[in-house]
Design a protein around this ligand. Structure first.
Ligand code: ADP
Length: 489
């Protein structure tokens, strides 16, 4: 199959979160299964300034934008032989206005809607340049949600795109691409696409995400549990009704992890390699992490890690509550993240008060993320909601027991350890359900209680490390879905 896969983030070129990891690893895994993947990403300023070997395709074409035209110039990665090419859409006015992917210190870029309308239009024109009939258009999140609509509205008779079916993946329903109504004119679509029933209108503003949900031939989200959750009001962000009407076309496929990148056996960023069969290297990783943090290098003290965007979704108010209750006890805590200033301020204060127990890195640092996954004993992820979550799977892979709240992908991947009931040997971490400081504190205390029992701890570590989180497993499910979608009328 030829799959046109569009995303606003692709690792290693441009990343703010899990979308980038998925848009890098899933196409790779599908290409390894024999498919042709044309991945499309904007040529952002950070890509321009990054150290990437790109090829100029020489393709330039104009894209109609509100009565004028804008030029898209196409660069590409140089890996065509693997069946997986990343195409970059260049237009300096839209994508080279600053270092950020979505905005700068003043917030989102003011032309945000136009930028991604342009990306969607350019993506479909690019498909015509590539010249090979497309079987599946795979769009991701609101930034590329217009693709299924454009295909239907403008390309139904095209040789290249007329036979294509569309799949739309929701990586996080909370980010909806909502814009004032007058932005609808930027889409260039006829007015019949601006309705509440089957269109972009959503309570008097325009929701691009809603368009993707309504026009895609199939909708996926990134874990089975989240697929169920978003159909109820509490998790539906106002779109649960729309999702319920499309529930037969909605499926949850758990993300995988990129085993070339997240593998403690051959991770170039960590102090020593280790595996389920040979765990000794993890001790060195812990010692190195303690040194980086300025902590005492005591192997017996449990070391908790947290890596996250610092946003309300991630349950950081619970972390603040639980950890301040436990502060002074025998544990160390390292946090890596960027996000809301209130959290920056709060977690920096911790560090100032007890630098031997708390260390806070308020940066985006991929190498340090690897060192934390490898060196910590426990990983905290008490999210309010979590479409899939990658860090808990990285943690399992690195023998770092996750403590998670039972929601979305966290509930699909982490099984709580209960010493009184471990008969089916499936437990691989610790979890709790109510969104309360008490429940998180209790889960952390349960983990601390087990920690000194090294035999049990190692047993749990090895279970997680041996689980299959590979993309190949998830890619097989996407492949099956594509095949089913292709047979739809
Ligand atoms: P989300 O997509 O909601 O941010 P995920 O757990 O799915 O959450 O993915 C987060 C990804 O971003 C992981 O690869 C994680 O390691 C990475 N990440 C988040 N914050 C940082 C940071 N400050 N430094 C390095 N990596 C980070």
């Amino acid at each position: 199959m030829h799959i046109l896969f569009a995303s606003s983030e692709v690792d290693p070129y441009a990343k703010t979160g899990g979308l980038a990891d998925v848009a890098s690893a899933l196409p790779k895994a599908l290409a390894a299964r024999g498919h042709t993947l044309s991945v499309v990403l904007p040529f952002y300023q950070i890509v321009r300034d990054g150290d990437f070997a790109l090829r100029d395709t020489g393709w330039s074409f104009s894209v109609p934008m509100e009565g004028r035209s804008e030029v898209a110039h196409i660069l590409s990665s140089t890996e065509e032989e693997s069946g997986h090419t990343v195409y970059f859409v260049r237009n300096p006015r839209f994508f080279e206005q600053g270092d950020g992917i979505y905005g700068d210190e003043h917030g989102d870029y003011p032309n945000q809607c136009e930028r991604f309308v342009f990306l969607c239009k350019a993506t479909l024109e690019l498909a015509r340049k590539i010249g090979r009939p497309v079987d599946i258009i795979h769009a991701n999140d609101w930034q590329t949600a217009l693709l299924p609509i454009y295909r239907e509205a403008w390309y139904a008779d095209s040789d290249i795109l007329g036979g294509a079916k569309s799949v739309f993946t929701v990586h996080n329903l909370a980010y909806q691409g909502g814009f004032p109504e007058d932005h609808f004119r930027l889409t260039g679509l006829p007015p019949e696409y601006y309705t509440a029933e089957r269109g972009l209108e959503f309570f008097n503003y325009m929701s691009l995400l809603k368009g993707g949900l309504q026009f895609a031939d199939a909708i996926t989200t990134v874990s089975p549990r989240y697929a169920r959750e978003i159909q109820i009001e509490a998790f539906g962000c106002g779109l649960d009704g729309v999702l319920r009407t499309r529930s037969e076309r909605l499926v949850g496929i758990l993300n995988g992890i990129d085993e070339d990148v997240w593998n403690p056996k051959k991770d170039p960023h960590i102090a020593a390699p280790f595996s389920a069969a040979k765990t000794a290297g993890k001790k060195k990783c812990k010692a190195e992490l303690q040194e980086i943090c300025g902590f005492e290098q005591d192997p017996k003290v449990p070391l908790i890690g947290l890596i996250s965007r610092l946003v309300d979704q991630k349950g950081l108010d619970l972390v603040a509550g639980a950890v301040s209750r436990l502060a002074g006890g025998p544990f160390q805590f390292v946090l890596l993240g960027t996000g809301a200033p209130k959290y920056h301020h709060y977690f920096k204060q911790w560090e100032a008060r007890a630098p031997k127990q708390f260390r806070t890195f308020l940066t985006f640092d991929n190498v340090l993320a690897h060192k934390i996954e490898a060196g910590a004993d426990l990983f905290l992820m008490p999210s309010r909601y979590e479409p899939c979550g990658l860090n808990q799977m990285y943690s399992l892979r690195y023998g770092t027991l996750p403590i998670v709240r039972e929601t979305g992908g966290l509930a699909d991947t982490v099984v709580n350890y209960d010493p009184r009931n471990d008969e089916d040997k499936s437990a691989n971490g610790f979890s709790f359900a109510p969104y309360t400081v008490d429940a998180l504190t209790d889960a952390i205390q349960r983990a601390f209680a087990i920690y000194p029992d090294r035999r049990t701890w190692l047993k749990l570590m090895k279970r997680g490390m041996r689980q299959d989180w590979s993309w190949d497993r998830s890619a097989a499910l996407y492949e099956e879905l594509y095949q089913t979608v292709k047979t739809l009328a």
